[in-house]
Design a protein around this ligand. Sequence first.
Ligand code: AMP
Length: 424
Amino acid sequence: MSKKLKFQRITGMHDILPQDQKYFEKIYNTCKSIAEFYGFSKIDTPILEETELFIKGTGDTTDIVQKEMYNLKTKGGDSLTLRPEFTPGVIRAYIEHGMKNLIQPVKLYSYGPVFRYEKPQTGRYRQFYQFNLESIGEKNAVADAQIIQIFYSILSELKFKKLIVKINSIGENRCRSNYKKVFIKYCQSKQSILCSDCKRRLKENPLRILDCKEEKCQKIINDSQIPQIIDYLCEECHAHFKSVLEFLDEIEIPYFLDPYLVRGLDYYTKTTFEIFADNNKNALAGGGRYDNMIKLFGGDDRSAVGGAIGIERIILEMKNLDIKFSETKDSQIFLIQLGELAKKKSLKLLESFRKNKVSVLESFSQDSLKAQLSMANKAGVKYVLILGQKEVLDKTIIIKNMESGQQEIVDIEKVIEKIKKHIK
Ligand code: AMP
């Protein structure tokens, strides 16, 4: 029997050895270049935050807050916590640095370790790395679709072939309260079967039961009689969800409606999503919309949507693959969209540009030609692409040379080829 070492790494935490560094670098570079392409800027927040931030933000009835946080008391008596996720810290920084005064949405990405006292197993650690995205200050469903699109693109770029996007809407408090009543009634009728955690959840935070992985609870969750939240969405939440799905259809991201996807965090409103590689039971990425946190932290009434991708989980899956990827270059092009139909088409067009390694800037949150032209001017791009209702119907797009002022109308199918020649 080998002798026990005097010092060993802490259970659930791991050393990233030199031979594994290349995976971390490759994944980070892919995430960074795709996020930056879509207008996200990097923010680093401290690993330690006030414990109260997570109790309020992540939610005091979540497993993370109740069981999984690494808390410590400083010599000065402050209660601090090693971040179990990025979102509350990023939102704190958004408010603290007055980012509401910037052009919205403020799109931020972060990368680094997070800490959760979970039961260690394959793909589940107590310290693990996440790449995190937050799009703050945008109500439109285009922001939800864009977050999903970015994670999907990251995984596609990393050569994952069969990706499954699971998506749901859990509505707002107003829709959830009606659903909760019916759901609680249903669960009470099955109470004797529920696991002990779910018996507690039934009193404290019943929807979390839908997240339970215990076999006996799974049986209840998968029963066809169980009420589904989607049937209880108010008109606004229903329209928002429909719009997210339409955007996903437009950008040809296949998804699977999962009415039980409530996720382990308290703050979600409307959209929730997770992305899986088909042979993996653990999600590679997950996130959703959270329209109440900024207000809850004392900021304005601003919407936000975000998500995170787990680096170690991706590496586990990547190890069997030989991976190579390329970089994007500085942008000389700005895409202007005018009208809802053009916005939808633009999302897909932008992704085609990315796939062709042509960098393009956009501002989907702006609707007017004037505002978008002024942003294009500020960015100093050489070409502007203009897609309006007429162009969408004619399957064309306008290329405007910002230096000469000359415009040409081209077939939308040929725009990438044309613009590549221009910027050569
Ligand atoms: P979450 O912050 O819970 O939404 O998780 C986002 C992503 O982080 C997941 O899809 C996983 O890829 C990763 N992740 C979550 N928990 C763990 C864990 N305990 N160990 C490793 N990766 C994790």
